[in-house]
Design a protein around this ligand. Sequence first.
Ligand code: GLU
Length: 482
Amino acid sequence: MTHPSHPTPHPSQITTRFAPSPTGLLHLGNVRTALLNWIYAKKHGGRFLLRFEDTDRDRSEQQYIDAIKDDLAWMGLAWDGDVLFQSEHAGNHSQALKKLADQGLAYRCFCSETQLNLDRKLATSRGLPPRYNGRCRDLNAAESARRAESEPFVWRLKVHADDGDVIVPDLLHGDTTFALRDLDDPVVVRSDGSFTFLLPNAVDDAIDGITHAVRGDDHLTNSAYQVWMLQKLGYAPPHYLHHGLLLGENGAKLSKRSGSHSVAELRDDGLLPGALFQAMARLGHPNMPDEAHSVAALTEYFNAEHVSTSSVRWSDDEMWRWHTRLLHELDVETLASMIQPYLPDVSAQRLTAFASLIGRNIDRAADVAHYQRLLDVHAPLDADALAVVRKAGGDFYQAALTAWNDATDVTDANESDWKGWAATVKTATGSKGRGLFMPLRVALSGAQHGPEMSAVVAFLDEYGEKDAVAIRLSDAKRLAGS
Ligand code: GLU
């Protein structure tokens, strides 16, 4: 890795920021950028700031500010200090533009859209890049001011005709050099007087004391403009870390409109925030140890230099796999509170015992539905379970019931009691292996997979209604239809 050759701004404390425009909900690409900024700051004992880039007054909405804050908080990406708003620095942006204009580094451009389109077509037809052709670049100040009174105009930066190179200090790509003659004269103020992203974003980074800006590599050229501008304004640019983009599962770029998940959707689906964190922090970071299951461990192992500069693809499956792993690591009380909404009528004590019984057998909280028969004999069986019951037949269940009622010590069900009962049923029915265990499992729990049968029997015995096992066997006999 090449270290940038420019002086480090604010060396005392690393400061990063997440700078969303509040014009929509966070999509996964934004979340990753936020997470990388957060984790970089935490790793280095630094600060992580949240700055809303709300200069687009028409499209910025309070509801998005609230939603973005909620999403970050849910993920544990707490920001330091007050939330910052770009609009509060409007005066600084105008001053910066004036300073550039006074030095002849920003100029008014009066070219119409039609003219610019024609210019671009012409340049392309000559095999040249479709850049601004510089028509207004050297208008003298008096003429520019005179025309401004009656004609619409934008402000551009006078980059293209400047001499030499600009170096973007990038900790992932290494210092990246752009020849100024290869760059355009970007628009910094639109014809309606509003600033484009370039100037306020860079000026705010300087004012907010941002030392490191982690963002997608689609901003690399913007960074060249911004470094040029900051240097002309007398500010030290931040270090940049331009990470490779996050693509959707289909390989297409994620965007607010691409239909990719919003964080709010994932929250509604019951995702554990840690699962999103795990999946995100590991993307494009190959050396993250598998056993780092906590945010603290991820932060410890995080190494910005390992973050891929190539694009990476999102995987929902991978995120949900993490969800299941983390779900299986939850303490039983937390798990019980997660499944509670699906089982609102179950007492706390029974719910906790149930959570402890089936916790390892569910991938998501909603999966408790498969085991509902453990709590309620009237819970309907699904078609596959019903087929098992019918195949076993009424005689099988009658034999199982008789064996159960004859057994004297199964009320304290334990491993050997269950085995004893199963052995009796086996002798009585001639069924064995799967043909023996599956019908019993389905009758008692409703599911074809699940915890050890001894634990199932013990749970029903202790937390079920009176005669819970016998009731379920009788019901299975009825469902078997003979
Ligand atoms: N508001 C910009 C965006 O949402 C910020 C980019 C940056 O991180 O500098 O793309």
